[in-house]
Design a protein around this ligand. Structure first.
Ligand code: TXA
Ligand code: MG
Length: 321
């Protein structure tokens, strides 16, 4: 079983494992990441192996600072502006790679672009100490809900990895927002921990939406966030035996008969709801109910990303995700 070490005590052990080409689960402000040295093919391969992830899914490379990012990729002025506004933080930028940047091709699945992000906290320090970027997808088995606590990581991956660094519950609770600058425009590839409107305010223009030509971001596989239970969204009425994922102050009809109940935010706060989302989906899944009914969640702010994750969790299951 993986050792769980508090972030304050884990730095040397994490460094030793990464330098030896092994993987380590680390806290970030969004969700826990399963990190390996992005320049070490063995380390990157072990990420895919531990997650059971299809090889064609490219990973995000995490950097310690802008200088490291600029050694890896070419920044256009708009991407630099977005990095300046949101890094460190839950924004991932897809950029053209620089030749000879040392990134192992498994990280990018052979693409000529790379997804870059600068995380807050332990991860940032770890990358600076290692001196190499870390490839890190969310620390969960492929196709399962992302982990927002060290305990959730250990329960899922504990028999396949050696160390989980415990930084407590992740404050944002949703994966990063992924964007790509295309000429004068910015395309939203994945809604996430930074609301689209905040990015639009900095970019000074509305985001393009929908997949660009070329790669479908594999986080976009329909069933990417599947719990074991079926999901029924936007419900105002629940059937006996269903578990209820609630939001806000007024309950769906029949809520008294719910097999289990979690409220993402009693006060209707979307940030609080985002932070609770994955852990509460897991709780309700563990209740054994065959269906999780979900109350309507508004689409504004972080509601876009919350609804995105919920609709993926509700989609027909697909074995490749
Ligand atoms: O918050 C996060 O982003 C977390 C933490 C650990 O940093 N990481 C995360 O990684 O969510 P992952 O691997 O679960 O999702 C990475 C997403 C995938 O949807 C992948 O397809 C997309 O990034 N991606 C990676 N490289 C890309 C590229 N070159 N072009 C387009 N999409 C890319
Ligand atoms: Mg993931």
């Amino acid at each position: 079983m993986a050792e769980i070490l508090a972030a304050g005590k884990a730095m040397e052990r994490a460094l030793a494992l990464l330098e030896g080409g092994d993987v380590v689960a680390i806290p970030t402000e969004t969700v826990y990441g399963l990190a390996g040295d992005a320049t070490n093919g063995i380390g990157v391969a072990r990420i895919f192996e531990a997650k059971g992830r299809p090889r064609f899914n490219p990973l995000i490379a995490h950097v310690a600072d802008l200088a490291m990012a600029e050694r890896i990729a070419h920044f256009d002025p708009l991407s630099r502006k977005l990095a300046g506004a949101f890094w460190p933080g839950p924004l991932t930028l897809v950029l053209p790679q620089r030749a000879g940047n040392g990134i192992h091709p498994l990280v990018t699945a052979g693409l000529d672009t790379i997804a870059l992000r600068m995380p807050k906290g332990f991860g940032g320090e770890l990358i600076a100490r290692l001196g190499h970027p870390l490839a890190a997808p969310s620390a969960n088995s492929s196709g399962r809900i992302s982990a927002t606590t060290a305990e959730a990581v250990a329960a899922d991956l504990g028999d396949r990895i050696r160390l989980v660094v415990d930084g407590g519950a992740t404050p944002v609770g949703l994966e990063s927002t992924i964007v790509k600058v295309e000429g004068e425009s910015v395309r939203l590839l994945r809604p996430g921990g930074i609301a689209a409107a905040e990015i639009e305010a900095v970019a000074g223009k509305p985001l393009l939406r929908g997949a660009a030509a070329g790669i479908e971001a594999p986080g976009m596989l329909a069933s990417h966030y599947a719990p074991g239970a079926a999901m029924r969204l936007n419900t105002r009425q629940i059937a006996g035996g269903e578990a209820l994922l609630a939001f806000g102050g007024s309950r769906a009809e029949g809520w008294q008969d719910a097999a289990a109940l979690r409220n993402l935010s009693e006060t209707g706060d979307l940030r609080e709801a985002a932070a609770n989302l994955f852990a509460y989906m897991q709780d309700l899944d563990r209740s054994g109910a065959a269906t999780i009914a979900v109350e309507p969640i508004p689409f504004d702010g972080l509601g876009e990303a919350i609804n995105d994750r919920l609709s993926r969790a509700a989609a027909p299951r697909d074995k490749t995700g």
